[in-house]
Design a protein around this ligand. Sequence first.
Ligand SMILES: Cc1cc2nc3c(=O)[nH]c(=O)nc-3n(C[C@H](O)[C@H](O)[C@H](O)COP(=O)(O)OP(=O)(O)OC[C@H]3O[C@@H](n4cnc5c(N)ncnc54)[C@H](O)[C@@H]3O)c2cc1C
Length: 462
Amino acid sequence: MSLDPRVLEALKGRHRGAVLTPEDAGYDDARQIWNARFDKRPGAIARCDGVADVIAAVDVARAHDLLLAIRSGGHDYAGNSMCDGGLVIDLSGLTGIRIDPARRQARVEPGVRLGAFDREAQAFGLAIPGGTVSTVGVAGLALGGGSGYLSRKYGLAADNLISADVVTAGGEFLVAGAEENSDLLWGLRGGGGNLGVVTSFEFRLHPVGPEILTAQIFYRLDDSPRVLRAYRDFMLGAPDALQCYAFFLRVPPIPDFPEELHGEVVLDLVVTWADALEEGEQVIAPLRQIVEPALEIVAPQPYVTAQQAFDAGVPAGMRWISRANSFEALSDPVLDTAVDRVADMRGPFTMAYFSPEGGGAIGRAAPDATAYGAREAPFVFHVLAGWADSGEDAEVIGWVDDVHEAMAAHRVDSLYVNILGDGEEERVQSAYGRNYRRLAELKKKYDPGNLFRVNHNVKPAA
Ligand SMILES: Cc1cc2nc3c(=O)[nH]c(=O)nc-3n(C[C@H](O)[C@H](O)[C@H](O)COP(=O)(O)OP(=O)(O)OC[C@H]3O[C@@H](n4cnc5c(N)ncnc54)[C@H](O)[C@@H]3O)c2cc1C
């Protein structure tokens, strides 16, 4: 696993930030990522202090044919921000954020997490449409797509990427924007880390909040077939400012929930309304009246707080598995299969949910407007489970895979690549759909040797 000492010397000679090897005190901390199931041991971790460090690390990796991983927020479900042996370009220390309120734009470095970005942008009443968990890295999120509470209104994070600074596989520094290297910008907007190392992002921001209306409406599992049908019909005509995830969970035995629900599997409609608060109550009313809810929590909240509401449910450092399928429509068999399969779900840290990933502003953009390949598959069913003990791997992964397989009977091929799990590399091409060919051509232009391959990999065109 160790790097050749001469290679290490060559890297250290050009690198300003720390280069950590297994002998160094900080090495074990530096190789931790969100998903503890991937306990990888790189030969070295290059903690980059700036663009020059990134260029140096890319040059050394290319010259010595090293396996190379890129780490920003470290939240890849499949553990692709670390590698065994080889070199990791660690961008987590680059955390600068500059908001330009007058132009409604932001400059963000790749180590920034969503929560920090939200906080800075909300100081000016602005936000980027992004994810629903504040610990996730902006870099991986936006490069793969990036969808959350605001995406039906303002599109994906990737749709709001105006330009990016990129170090290519050749060690060349390029700016990808509308005027220069626009093909590269197209590929960065959904193509993941395939085309280069992004060292700075420029985003368009939108007015949001500071408060949005939030609701969690819990229904009993027995009622969920009816609730889900109403949810499906409601979402077809829902205004863009509304987002709603249909989330199955087993209720934990904590005082936030009435005792009669403890241990029960329930369906939680997680609703947000990012527009005039008074109007929101009326808009969400039909979702509260499908049948008698088992519990409701409806309240305006600061957008920043809403963005953190689910952080505790997906902590870093557990073992995690992610599996997901996309659907063109929530047909009765799709809904009934889900209800049937979640009935025996485990306790805390196991979740399964329908997520609108292609509707509203996302779906109105042309399918080939950016590299993101899943605009025509408006709903995703995502199964995610976390556990602590490796002895339970087979049981938990087996359950998740069973649910996933049952749902797969109804799926379409295109899928948001950021929710692909490990062992799903054969799905990458079909996940990108018609955009794969163009991405493969870009890969051939910007990374013909596939230096950047520890990711949901697009192969260079032949
Ligand atoms: C708990 C949790 C919640 C999530 N919620 C959402 C959500 O609500 N919405 C959503 O859209 N997604 C969500 N995701 C998925 C998330 O978008 C991806 O996992 C994303 O890739 C994480 O980015 P990161 O920077 O943290 O990850 P990393 O693991 O650091 O990177 C992910 C991938 O991107 C590449 N990469 C990272 N930085 C760069 C860079 N600067 N240049 C080039 N390539 C780079 C890496 O090589 C790796 O392949 C969630 C994930 C988790 C674990």
